[in-house]
Design a protein around this ligand. Structure first.
Ligand code: SF4
Length: 380
């Protein structure tokens, strides 16, 4: 089958929890594009899309929705978008697939792309939000990425305008609250600016998701990374804290820093020690913590603060207190896709499967660390 392009433009990334959302592109790529660790837009220039282009996309999406309903009626499903209709679209009308998939998942959530939508004037973003709500009254949540520096160029009043027009949540790539780490990584923002931007988003009545990149301090700055990030999070009290774990892509400036010996990455166990210190330093906030990314070693670090902090800390300590071989076994099982939680190591069939890979790797003369690195390449 020859894949046709969708009738509207889409960018490359979205947060994992927006996997079922409609992706509507307001800008292309990232206006900063200098973070050492970030591979996403490195070879691409930033541009703002015109209002006419974005509005035309909204109209195309509405037309696609009607075409899909018609296909459903022709297939005898009375306009319902079910699996069979999605399969029919996939086979015969691939250009309609993004909208069919969105409709199949309820058609209620939208993510505005790319890396920093608030680059557009607030009144323009508001106009798009209103149009979206007009065309699709069933929409219940619209979210976007924005950089802290860009948020600081918007007043609370402007952010409130966006909230009233239909924006629900801003996802901010905080990565770290440590000025040392932020400067080294060329993030172009300070901890104080992250703090002020986060507080401003909340003051405007918007929901806020802050992304923290575990491992970003490396061997030299891990303590500062953990402690200063916790400090900034304590000052913001975001609705969500989402952990990610650093993966060093070969085509990033950070890979070059590693080659030159200027950045020494953390081992998995050290990342967990850093995460434990960070959570230890979190005080007085009510955020919900998520570890919803495949690269996080312990994806069970999910829970509401403050009541679940002891459980989260316990889980991290339990991992750190495991004997060396058991930690290796868990890491191997997690990276090979067998284990999701520490408790999975008590499942006899999963344990036997991972033990057998472990023995095979060892008897082949390989190190478990090297084997795990190979496994991780699938996700980078
Ligand atoms: S601001 Fe975000 S998208 Fe832009 S380079 Fe940095 S991490 Fe990548």
């Amino acid at each position: 089958m020859v894949l046709s392009k969708p009738s509207f433009e889409q960018g490359p990334i979205r947060p994992p929890n927006e996997a079922n959302s409609l992706l509507l592109r307001l800008t292309r790529n990232c206006p900063w594009n200098r973070c050492l660790f970030c591979p996403v837009y490195k070879t691409k220039d930033f541009s703002r899309r015109s209002m006419e282009e974005v509005k035309a996309d909204v109209h195309h999406i509405a037309e696609d929705k009607e075409k899909i309903k018609e296909i459903s009626r022709q297939e005898g499903y009375g306009g319902e978008i079910n699996r069979a209709v999605v399969a029919r679209v996939h086979a015969g009308f691939p250009e309609l697939l993004p909208v069919a998939f969105w409709q199949y998942h309820g058609g209620e959530t939208v993510f505005l792309q790319d890396g920093d939508s608030l680059q557009l004037p607030a009144d323009q973003v508001a106009e798009i939000l209103v149009l979206l709500k007009e065309k699709f009254p069933e929409i219940s949540r619209i979210t976007t990425y924005a950089r802290s520096r860009t948020i600081l160029r918007r007043s609370v009043e402007e952010l409130k305008t966006l909230q009233q027009a239909g924006l629900d949540r801003i996802h901010v790539g905080m990565e770290s609250g440590s000025d040392q780490v932020l400067a080294f990584m060329k993030k172009g923002v300070t901890g104080a600016q992250h703090l002020e931007a986060g507080q401003r988003v909340k003051e405007a009545g918007l929901s806020l998701s802050e992304y923290v990149l575990l491992g970003l301090g490396g061997q030299g700055m891990w303590r500062d990374h953990a402690q200063e990030t916790a400090k900034v999070l304590n000052g913001i009290d975001p609705h969500f804290i989402r952990f990610r774990t650093l993966a060093i892509h070969s085509n990033t400036p950070l890979a070059e820093e590693v080659r030159k010996g200027n950045f020494k990455p953390l081992h998995d166990d050290e990342v967990i020690r850093e995460q434990a210190l960070l959570i230890d330093n979190i005080e007085g906030i009510t955020s919900y913590i998520y570890s919803d990314h495949i690269l996080n070693l312990l994806e069970e670090i999910n829970g509401r603060l403050p009541e679940e902090k002891p459980r989260l800390k316990n889980t991290l300590d339990s991992y750190l207190n495991l004997p060396n071989r058991k930690r290796e076994l868990f890491r191997l099982g997690r990276r090979a896709g067998y284990f999701r939680t520490l408790a999975d190591m008590d499942n006899p069939s999963l344990k036997t499967a991972v033990e057998s890979i472990y023995q095979e790797v060892k008897s082949g003369g390989y190190s478990i660390d090297d084997y795990i690195k190979q496994l991780l390449r699938r996700f980078i």
